[in-house]
Design a protein around this ligand. Sequence first.
Ligand code: ZN
Length: 491
Amino acid sequence: MLNEDDKKIVDEVLENFAAIAAIPRPSFHEKAISDYLLGAFRALGCEVRQDAANNIVADRAASPGFESAPRVILQAHMDMVCVAAEGVEYDPLRDPIRLRRAGDALAAEGTSLGADDGAGIAIMLYVFRHAENVGPLRAIITTDEEVSMKGAQALDAEALADADYLINVDSENVDELIRGCAGSVDIAFRRKITWRTQSEGYAWRVSVRGLLGGHSGERIADGRGNALRVLAQTLHALRHAGVSVSVASMKGGSAKNAIASEAEALIVTREEEEVLHRVLFDTERHTRTALGTVDPGLSVALSEEEAPPRVLSDADAAAVTDALLLLHTGVFQMSATMPGLVETSANLGLLRTEENEIWFSYFARSSVDEKLADLSESCRVLGERLGLAADIAKPSPGWRERPQSMLADLMAAIFEEQNGCPMKVGVIHAGLECGWHIQKAPHLDMVSVGVTTRDIHSPKETLDLTTVAPEVRLIMETLRRIAKKCTDLKG
Ligand SMILES: [Zn+2]
């Protein structure tokens, strides 16, 4: 239950949030919300700019007497992941988010809520309206965070240059403070298919199922199995056993940033069923033993299929299978300074056979940009050797933790004073817009914080309203202390 003081804060933040939720704002369609924010910050007396990417940059003057205090940036993103529960009619370009409050939990009717990161914006508007005894403030609200961080990429470096501190409000737990994140690079291996007809033999589907999968940033160190790799191991085992196999198609995985939990291949062979079963059984047992209790559900199964009209050339099938076998999927390196944190990893995510090409994704993350560059170069060479083109996208930069962060220390101390429990301070093996900011403004002392949300990017997304007032108080007090510290020093 909320006390009276908290209730006042929550009511006003919710009013801000409802106005944002009423405006459809999927990634790539943010003009309307951007225009709304332009007006909302102007109404608070800010000087506001909207750039070509529809990012909003709003400046609020310092409180009287605090003009010489350092500028602090509060930063959020305006787009949201728009998804609906099965059976719910929802047009993300037209329909507002309908809010549903149950006690201290806020959710949406049948869709994602957009508390990621609408809650961050709603809190920023509150802070900009009510903060007193603070230095100059700037709000930066970006576009397209959820798909490519295009807004953060496009943001003018000047918007960051004259500030000393940046508080990103896009994290997911009120008692967590992030002070570093991983960069990433998306690599797609492609091969043009040479089809040939196959008239002899029986067709079979080889299915890899039952693995746990999971987010490739959060779960990569758990040692879970990757279905694309198991599929390649299975095809390799058949080849190794002297079984002549043609491959008609291979596919698997659900997203480049999810560990592949399922994969399958359609094969054609003249080999006896019994031999195939034995090889598959051996592969399954071998891999299951290797995975142990970490990922115990693996099955590698065989089912009869109708014969396909054509198959890949043997060279096509071998190139892809070999690449999947040779590319390491999982952790490359743990952090030397943070126990338990992954520094560098890569994931095999998607594998698809299309009309003219077969391709798969290899998504690498690292908190050290140079290691991503090294890994990309290895992929290019490996692709060349195996006859695959390696399409290497522009990397998203990481945010390397700085040894000393006045802002992180200050906020963690204030959180503990205000709430009587320590804040968890750490670095994540996933991406944040802070990576782009620090590349443009290496002098910035930055943190990422946020209210507590659950099941983001899903129709079950909820916002824990009991964490709104603590988040507001934490940010307001941090701004006051930064301003006070500076004027005390000068006085
Ligand atoms: Zn977000």
